[in-house]
Design a binder for this molecule. Structure first.
Ligand SMILES: [Zn+2]
Length: 75
């Protein structure tokens, strides 16, 4: 399972790096401040309002929602 641990560590390091960068820019890490998440679908250009920041694209809103999710997990 060493490889899995390595990949998991790498993923978390990359994620933390990304979050820090977005924090510095004040943007939501989930949608990179665009407020929309696009995904590959049969419908070209299909996108939804980012649920991680409620469509504001702001880091502060993303952080608030992350904290709310963490609290819910504890219950
Ligand atoms: Zn967002």
């Amino acid at each position: 399972m060493k490889l899995f641990t390595f990949l998991s560590d790498w993923f978390h390091a990359q994620h933390a790096k990304h979050v820090n960068k977005m924090k510095a820019e004040g943007k939501c890490p989930a949608c990179r401040g665009t407020a929309h998440i696009s995904f590959i679908s049969p419908f070209e250009g299909h996108s939804v309002v980012c649920p991680s920041c409620n469509g504001s694209g702001l880091y502060s809103d993303w952080e608030e929602i992350q904290e709310a999710v963490k609290k819910e997990d504890r219950m």
